[in-house]
Design a protein around this ligand. Structure first.
Ligand code: AMP
Length: 281
């Protein structure tokens, strides 16, 4: 396994791998790896000849009052997990490499970036699309892997790849959960024991939505109200959103039919957690 800090070096390694006709599978991450990340790495290992993982906490996707500075980092542990999964390249750039002085080009995926987390975290998806675009230029993957955990992000990346003719296959893999249902996330580390217990309500509320839809409820307002009641009982610090949206444009649905994404963002303490479930009627 090679750990690469320089963007030029990463780029030329990728170039030479591709020249040999080998396929690069790429997993972009912000590190503090868990089983969710590793599920993507394992899939890449199956599909591709060369597996590249990037570890970079991207400052441009954090708002000024968000957790960029305290975002959990443990490079040593991340590298040993990558080694165990037979990763070939781990790209760990510095911010000087990624955003050198004078940097002024950003990618904005309109429409899809405006609802759900986009509405609550202005500029977040502009930062995400920009860094993923840059990482794609440097790592030159044939296939890139994203988690359904960040459903909106995955759709935005797919849109960007299509719109900018990037010739990269984007694969989106299921949410990996703890045995008790909590969606794995690097941010779970912030939770106190009590907050973590209360946070289980997120998945429970999504399951409740699923049950209601299965038993014929087609009014999203009734489902959102029920979910809000459930979540409130667990004394969240703040509910950012509880939304039922369509899976093409991520716009709120008026009546449930076809496929819907039920998505929640809730704070417990200072920790903002997201979760979602895709349901078909
Ligand atoms: P992050 O390090 O949080 O930026 O995540 C890197 C990638 O891992 C993204 O594509 C995430 O959607 C994905 N990911 C994070 N958590 C999970 C999870 N619990 N299950 C599946 N994929 C995940």
């Amino acid at each position: 396994m090679r750990v690469i800090n320089s963007a030029d070096r990463m780029s030329s390694l990728a170039e030479s791998v591709r020249k040999k006709g080998k396929k690069i599978g790429f997993v972009p991450t912000m590190g503090y790896l868990h089983e969710g990340h590793l599920s993507l790495v394992r899939r890449a290992r199956k599909d591709a000849d060369i597996v590249a993982v990037s570890i970079y906490v991207n400052p441009t996707q954090f708002g000024p009052k968000e957790d960029f500075k305290r975002y959990p980092r443990d490079l040593k542990r991340d590298l040993s997990l990558c080694r165990r999964e037979n990763v070939d390249f781990v790209f760990v750039p510095s911010s000087e490499q990624i955003y050198p002085e004078g940097f002024s080009t950003y990618v904005n995926v309109e429409g899809l970036s405006e609802s759900l987390c986009g509405a609550k975290r202005p500029g977040h998806f502009k930062g995400v699309a920009t860094i993923v675009n840059k990482l794609f230029c440097i790592v030159k993957p044939d296939i890139a892997y994203f988690g359904q955990k960040d459903a909106q992000q995955a759709m935005i990346i797919k849109r960007m790849v299509l719109d900018l003719d990037m010739n990269i296959k984007v694969k989106v893999l299921p949410i990996v959960r703890e045995p008790d249902g909590l969606a794995m996330s690097s941010r779970n580390k912030y939770l106190s024991l009590d907050e973590r217990k209360r946070a289980l309500v997120l998945f429970r509320s999504l399951q409740k939505a699923g049950d209601m839809i299965k038993s014929g409820e087609s009014n999203p307002r009734i489902i959102v109200n029920k979910m809000r009641d459930l979540i409130k009982k667990q004394r969240p610090t703040k509910i950012d959103y509880i939304s039922l949206v369509d899976t093409k444009e991520l716009k709120p649905v008026k009546k449930i039919k076809g496929e819907v994404l039920v998505a929640v963002a809730v704070y417990f303490g200072r920790t903002r957690l997201i979760d979602n479930i895709k349901l078909k009627v």
